[in-house]
Design a protein around this ligand. Structure first.
Ligand SMILES: Cc1cc2nc3c(=O)[nH]c(=O)nc-3n(C[C@H](O)[C@H](O)[C@H](O)COP(=O)(O)O)c2cc1C
Length: 139
């Protein structure tokens, strides 16, 4: 099976009052569907943006990205890469997540991700490095 990696960033449309419940909901459906579709990856979330890595078979990734792009909980999706890969970077994750909060803001900041310079203005390599660090070593 030929594997590809797709990375995009987007603007969050989640409102403060129900952000964590909505994130839980997103993650639950992402994991359920990704397990079925052989997708792995990692989602970075801040108060105003998302960045997500999707890995899997080309058709499965394209179908998943199409569905994600139609989701009104975010907007302005910017495709950063869609390229063949030899192996998955997040093999243990049907979808990992890290939200910028009190405990992770320091690590986001180390990679230059701040409220002023949020996920959607970051280059691809920064997003991949940050996701890799937050995901930790492969299970
Ligand atoms: C930021 C974000 C990330 C998402 N990630 C995934 C994902 O990795 N895989 C997936 O199938 N759906 C993902 N979704 C959800 C889809 O957009 C869509 O809501 C879901 O597939 C609908 O499934 P359900 O109505 O059966 O729960 C994501 C949505 C958002 C807003």
């Amino acid at each position: 099976m030929s594997l590809i990696r797709l990375v995009y960033a987007s603007e969050s449309r989640l409102v403060d009052t129900c952000r964590s419940e909505e994130l839980d909901r997103i993650l639950a459906s992402a994991r359920r569907l990704n397990e079925r579709n052989g997708i792995t990856g990692f989602l970075l979330a801040t108060d105003s943006a998302f960045a997500q890595v999707l890995e899997g078979a080309r058709e499965a990734v394209a179908e998943t990205y199409g569905r994600i792009g139609a989701d009104p909980r975010h907007a302005g999706l910017k495709l950063l890469c869609e390229q063949p890969i030899a192996a998955r970077s997040f093999p243990g994750w049907a979808m990992g997540i890290s939200e910028r909060d009190e405990t992770t803001t320091f690590i986001f900041g180390l990679y230059g991700v701040t409220p002023e310079e949020d996920l959607q203005v970051q280059p691809l390599d920064v997003l991949l490095d940050l996701a890799g660090e937050l995901a930790g070593p492969p299970a």
